[in-house]
Ligand binder design. Structure first.
Ligand code: HEM
Length: 739
């Protein structure tokens, strides 16, 4: 504080001078470093996570590599500097905190300090293949979409101080408790049941593509994860022992579930933030630690070092382990199993993949395994077709094909099934009335003013083989409210159990999800287990798309051997606040709905009983969290989401496709597939992935939907029912063998 006081005494003509900025940055750096040291000291003095606690399991995935860690430290220094500058400017002039922040947004202020260099990304030549870390996808904006980039926003953030402080209600009082909201509004409803249409594999693909697009990790110390609650969650730690990144979720004494276990505190820690590209001061922006592109990064990694470690460096293959009596390979093992898995003994499997959330559930690990096998299957075929291709060439070509399959399945199979309405809205975005390209949320605003018929009238079904809508002005970065709110609504699809179906088809075995977090051993319980999980995933139903979530994730998440776990819905709400996600009412407005002045104004989108629940919990309609308001809206026709979440999700998938120079069906690029190759890739399907990479021999054509009279199972060798991607289109003439 000494350095703050020094400046208060100084007289300045302009409120923001270079000296003031330098001084604020110096102080900010000092404060951030002190906070880091204090955090490490706390852990060393025993304020640390207990082994096998739900909080410890939550931290299993939160590891930052060296370069991203440095960037996050710099971001903390910049945030402290912004806060100090705000305090100084506002206390020595009549500038309000809000005016100060809008000034910063419009007039970037960078500390002139050597340790703060704007992000430099050098792109050498124009590569035929996408980079591992996403850099240089867009030569004009080489840092867009790269690993470690800040999330993007479509509206101003909601922080209490405009910079980083957790948001409060309009009245200045605290927002409603996230656990209370979860228990009252999202509690498991045994009557809600399962989806009539969607298979558990549909849910699993959703989580996989989430991991492909986004990964926010929590702040941690060099010594390990951050503890915010007393042991056993009996209470929040006293202030003197509390890390300043702690935002624990308090649990009421009369909580319907936790009271029987005496739990009053759920550990929760703020997400890592990222410096802006130009290192300027301003509000906090969280870091996406993976590439924002749909580029198979959970399989290949977003980190070049890990990507190299995952390769055999022979035949273009990824590392896999073989097992006795199993034809297909399994993911390689991690070096230190106890650091990332919750195993009963060290002989149980714990996998290494491009994404360290891999071991979260056996079903996630199974889908990863399927895609790992697909990469190696493709690499082997390519190597047979082009025997002189190098390891590098085989790896890159197989990777390009698998990414194309992931994109094709996501855009042609998964998105239309879950968000029918959304897909044709995304297609429509490519043309606006004037022929210009417009963003999805602007389109939504326009469309809802003009009415539904407008959408139908302008529906465009893509008929051509190639798309020509790559736009170098579209930032493919993940929108903060997509990851921290809208897409998390699909947690509602998570079923209670993992189903395993033996080949006989006569029985099905159900395993509680909560008995298998971070222990993927179920995949290898017997030589048939992997196939039984895949068979179960296409036979089992996903949860119903309504706000009711399974108790397996709302009370028992990451429970390990404990009788209680974390509450994922309460975490979703708290995470939205941590990220300063603007309110539901703000999003209504940008997505074309009327801003609500009273709770009753929500009546067109939200049912009366839910409005009553909101009015009982929130003081003002302006306080409603995006996650909560969006989740309670009626689903849009043909979608699992309501209007506001559709709008955010449409915007994201629009940017993910149109902002990706390497999107698989882009035409006229040096790296574009030939027409023959693209025709083959468009035959890819989830069903074919299952057929080609497991011993499951009968699959319904639409594997994201459960079997029915309209979607019967077909034999894998029925290629007219389940077409296959013929890779002979990749055979190159002899003179190209050395490419
Ligand atoms: C068994 C299934 C699942 C489990 C156990 C699970 C668990 C989690 C956890 C622990 C987080 C991080 C919470 C935090 O610290 O804020 C998270 C984040 C998230 N989940 Fe799930 N999830 C599952 C399925 C899904 C599905 C099916 C989807 C969507 C289709 C999804 C979408 C998301 C998104 C968008 C995030 C934010 C990611 C980020 O910002 O890094 N999840 N999930």
């Amino acid at each position: 504080m000494e350095c703050l006081n020094k400046h208060f005494a100084e007289e300045e003509d302009s409120p923001i001078t270079k000296e003031l900025v330098s001084e604020s940055f110096r102080c900010g750096r000092e404060l951030a470093r002190e906070a880091r040291q204090r955090a490490s000291k706390l852990v060393r003095s025993g304020v640390s996570l207990e082994a096998c606690s739900p909080a410890m399991l939550h931290f299993f995935s939160s590891k930052l590599a060296g370069d991203t860690k440095k960037a996050s430290e710099l971001s903390n220094e910049l945030l402290s500097a912004t806060k100090i500058l705000q305090m100084k400017v506002c206390s020595t002039s009549d500038v309000t905190p809000n005016t100060f922040l809008s000034f910063l947004e419009n007039n970037p202020v960078q500390p002139r300090d050597l340790s703060c260099k704007p992000t430099k990304v050098c792109c050498v030549g124009s590569s035929k293949y996408r980079s591992i870390d996403g850099a240089c996808n867009n030569p004009q904006h080489p840092a867009w979409g790269r690993r470690g980039a800040p999330f993007t926003r479509i509206t101003a953030p909601r922080y209490a101080d405009g910079i980083y402080a957790m948001p409060v209600a309009r009245s200045g009082r605290p927002l409603p408790n996230p656990r209370v909201l979860s228990a009252r509004v999202f509690a498991d409803n045994p009557r809600a049941g399962s989806s009539r249409l969607l298979s558990a594999l549909n849910m699993q693909w959703g989580q996989f593509i989430t991991h492909d697009l986004v990964f926010q990790v929590m702040e941690a110390t060099d010594e390990g994860g951050i503890q915010c609650c007393l042991g056993d969650g009996r209470d929040v730690l006293p202030q003197s022992m509390l890390n300043d990144k702690c935002i624990p979720i308090c649990v009421a004494e009369d909580d319907p579930f936790y009271r029987q276990h005496g739990v009053r505190c759920l550990n929760f820690v703020r997400s890592v933030t990222a410096p802006r590209e130009d290192c300027s001061l301003g509000h906090a922006e969280q870091m996406n630690t993976v590439t924002s592109f749909l580029d198979g990064s959970p399989l290949y990694s977003s980190d070049p070092k890990l990507a190299a470690k995952l390769r055999t460096k022979c035949g273009g293959r990824l590392k896999e382990e073989t097992r006795k009596n199993c034809k297909g390979g399994f993911l390689p093992s991690v070096d230190d199993k106890s650091a990332v898995c919750d195993l009963r003994n060290s002989s149980e499997p714990c996998y290494l993949a491009g994404d360290n959330r891999i071991n979260q559930t056996p079903m996630l690990a199974a889908l990863h395994t399927l895609l790992l096998r697909e990469h190696n299957r493709v690499a082997d075929i390519l190597s047979g077709l082009n025997p002189l291709w190098s390891d590098e060439k085989l790896y890159q070509e197989a990777r390009k094909i698998v990414i194309a399959e992931i994109q094709h399945i996501t855009y042609q199979e998964w998105l239309p099934l879950n968000f029918v309405a959304l897909l044709w809205q995304v297609d429509t975005l490519i043309l606006s009335l004037s022929g210009d390209i417009i963003g999805a949320y602007k389109f939504f605003a326009y469309a809802s003013r003009a009415g539904e018929s407008y959408l139908r009238y302008y529906r465009i079904s893509p008929t051509s083989l190639y798309s020509r809508d790559y736009n170098e002005d579209v930032n493919p970065g993940v929108i903060n409210s997509f990851g921290a709110a809208a897409f998390r609504f699909l947690h509602t699809l998570v079923p209670d159990t993992i189903m395993m179906c033996p080949a006989s088809g006569q029985a099905a075995y159900l395993h509680k999800l909560s008995d298998h977090y971070f222990n993927p051993g179920l995949m290898e319980a017997s030589p048939d287990s992997f196939d039984e999980i895949i068979r179960g995933a296409i036979a089992h139903r996903s949860g119903e798309a309504d706000p009711h979530c399974s108790a397996e994730i709302t009370t028992l998440l990451f429970k390990s051997h404990n009788p209680w776990g974390l509450d994922l819905v309460a975490m979703d709400i708290q995470r939205g606040r941590d990220h300063g996600i603007a309110s539901y009412n703000d999003y209504r407005e940008i997505c074309g709905l009327q801003r609500a002045r009273t709770f009753q104004d929500l009546a067109n989108e939200i049912s009366q009983d839910r409005i009553n629940a909101l009015a009982a919990l929130y003081e003002s309609v302006d306080d409603i969290d995006l996650f909560v308001g969006g989740a309670l809206e009626h689903a849009a026709p043909g979608s699992v989401l309501g209007h506001t979440f559709q709008c955010v999700v449409a915007e994201q998938f629009y940017r993910t496709r149109v902002g990706d120079r390497f999107f698989y069906d882009n035409s006229e690029m040096p790296h574009s597939f030939t027409p023959e190759q693209l025709k083959e890739l468009k035959k890819a399907s989830m069903a074919r992935l299952v057929c080609d990479n497991s011993r499951v021999r009968r699959v319904q054509r639409r594997a994201f939907e459960v079997e029915s009279a309209h979607n019967p199972k077909s034999a894998c060798d029925d290629y007219s029912a389940i077409p296959c991607v013929d890779l002979t289109a990749w055979k190159r003439p002899k003179f190209e063998l050395y490419d």
